[in-house]
Design a protein. Sequence first.
Lengths: 342, 183
Amino acid sequence: MLNPEQIELIHREIDGANTADESAAFRSLIEGNPEARALAADLRRVTAFLEHGGLREPPPRLQQTILDALGTPARASPPAIVRWFVSQWRLVTERMEAMMTRKALLIGSTAVAIVLVGAALITGFPPLGGGAGTIGGGDSIPGVQQAARYHGRVMTQADVSLKNPEIQALFQNDQVLHLVQSNAFQQVMRNADFRALQSDAAYNELMSSELYHELMANAAYHELMADEAFRDLQAKGAFRQSQSAEDMRALQDNELFRKLKSNELFLRLQENELFRKLQENELFLRLQENELFLRLQENELFRSLQSDETFRKLEENDLFRSLSQNEQLAESFMDEAMRFHK
Amino acid sequence: MEQTPAADEQDRELIRRYLDGERDAANGLVGRYQKRLFNVALRMTGNAQDAEDATQTVFLNAFLKLQTYDPRFRFFSWIYRMAVNESLNMLKRRKATVTLEDEPAIRVSGAARTTELQDRVGKALMHLKPDDRAVVVLKHFVFFTYEEIADVLEIPVKTVKSRLFTARERLRLTLLEQADESC
């Protein structure tokens, strides 16, 4: 007869909640106790039974129905925004208070303020408001900073013209000009999936994240993305399931997965900390379910552009992101690049 | 799947943007959570139409109350709690007209009919007490840790484990009975 502690040990093992020592105790228990072994086997069957089939897709209309019901969000009243920032600040200070005494906090804050003011005196104060100061300056690729004024408004042909100083600034950059004039870029820009992906929030957020940048610079990742078996598995969502459920058993019967397990690149990538982090990144996981993104991954040109630092910077630029969603504006952008002369 | 601090931060950013009037942010929040909330409601109510209604209600209430949402607490706990509570309310409302025994496991129409095994999963879940079912659903369908489940349901971790272990034992016996019947 198993005692309550032994039963809990078995359940926790099934849930992956045991420490290394507890797992060793579990293994020892099931080796010497047939009742424990039978219970563990039954519980694994229950778990496999429950998790069979994974998550069901919600009805395709659900998201739009919710958004339609919401209507246009009323801009939050200033007090609501103030309340939000106050509560955020409270959150930060509460965490800081856990680490510092009140006195140390005062000294620390004063020191930070002095450093900030000093730095501002040397480098100049940042401009107020979102419109000015988006071209040129401190970024590693001049001319490719965020131009937030284009976010969320309808662009016109006039925005995509050499008369627009921001377009000029983009093309003044040799790397950008070279990229935009390249065959790979032009073909990807003419790809309808790519244009549609530009308005996907998850894609845009992920493109701006440091983690994604680092992974895109990883050669092993690109080699693996070029592997059809890996992409097929991603498209089936099986890989995601194996990561989230911590249950690799269901995958063992999957022929693609077996093939992938013998793939040296895959093994290398599994050991890569960046890749592991990315697999836990909600945005990345959402992108793995995005048909447009998966289809684009089959496109060799798109994959090669993804590893291009200039392209990634360009993707973070609101002006570019907005114009690239529209076929005509994207064409104009490329036309303007072709006729640009310094 | 444990909710990471980075995911919490992304939630906060989307909420801030929504409160600032950006419609895209609502799209982002719905996109992040709709599938998992729908599945929680589906497994809790055992009915696809109810799950869809519950998911809609949860999101609409959430957006309505976002201005009073306190970001010191994790958004995902808050919205999952709403999903579980809405599903429980739906079950109570339904109880007045339909008994549990009459209810098919997961009713879906036409081509979307689930496999026999998934039906069995749904039926087995519906034989659990709703409180126990909530723990099983959060553990096995959205892969929360004991601590996260405790946070969502606002119960001690000890209670989470007790309910989960009891529910799984009951499911184990149900499966054994079903296996005997099919012999």
